[in-house]
Design a protein around this ligand. Sequence first.
Ligand code: SAH
Length: 412
Amino acid sequence: MSPKRATNLALAAGGAIQARDSSGRVVLCRGKARPLWFGHPWVYANAVERVDGDVGAGDIVSLVDHDGRFIGRGIFNPRSQIPVRLLTRKEEGIDTTFFAARLRDAQALRARLALPSTRTTAYRLVNSEGDGLPGLVVDVFGDVAVVQVTTLGLALRRDAIFDAVEATLSPRAIYEVAAGSFADLEGFVAQNRVARGEPCNPVACLEDGLHFEAEPLGGQKTGMFLDQRPNRIRVGQLAGAGLRVLDCYAYAGGFGLQAARAGASQVTAVDSSPRAVARIEAHAAANGATVRAVEADAFRFLETATPMSYDLVVVDPPKFARARKDFEAATKGYERLNALALAVCAPGALLVTCSCSQNVGALDFERIVAAAAKQAHREVRIVERGEPGGDHPLPPAFTEGQYLKVLFVYVC
Ligand code: SAH
């Protein structure tokens, strides 16, 4: 079947066409296999020499190097810039048994990191490439699992994935949340729904002993931004009693709640989404904290805030650079935002500044903060660098997966 026809069928049937483990194979150009031998899971379009056999979009294919050596099996989609994503290095079928084994491995890794625990019941169980399952995210909130698929091949195998999640976690419900832009690119219908079990929205969970309620269907991402957990905890450790704290782009309010628990004298949380503001208020109440939640654009808020009036400022904006072409504009945006944030920092304050743009590198971001300091006429020192938690693992060869930058900056 032609790739186009397979994709059209998948679109028409909402993902109900047959998912095939094909006998076809993708042959790499000479010299292009090296990253894959080192654990990189992606094949870029320019690395493919040819496709042998009857292979359609969403099928499983074998990947071989130029000399025919078997590398692994992965998901094929000729309309993607990444036509093959490796799922396994073995000659094996991709079915419920396969997904269940991968999920158990992922669970064992989290157990090694004490996740879940009595203090933390919200964590990422499957981090796509980092757990050998490119295109799949599974986040757990208490007794509910939230699944997100970003490739046609996995969308066609949803039922096997849900079966494996059930077998591994026995959750009260499994939600599927749509990754709209990926679905359009890959050619499948994105779904936002309760896939298994009873709806239970919002979902109660704990992070470091704080109470949260995730909203898988009405919220952003899968319900919470789990990658920032260690940095929220670190903010709690660095907050100290009596500080004036500002949490910009607060979403669920986790940074501010950590600071409130540490004894901050005042916590202001800013988000432009009315839903997020309602959540922050609910979370503050659930944790017996006092947080002033403000619905505002963070730039506007900072522009009109009193200069040097906060001792701890967090800025955790959404991605400014969605694509490489956005780099210049994103750089300007980050620079302006950080200059504004520095202006409201009192002498001796900490600024915790974040970027989740994969297209802005770690060094780029540090240069941006330097430029922001110049713009704001402040002296700054980087004192720590934050990372996503261990429940967001990555293969070392897969640098594309490094997106989150968090700088803890001392402001003189
Ligand atoms: N710090 C959060 C995650 C932030 S995600 C946490 O720890 O959970 C980014 C947030 O920025 C989202 O909640 C989104 O609603 C908000 N946002 C997007 N544009 C904004 C803007 N211009 N001003 C303020 N908030 C904005």
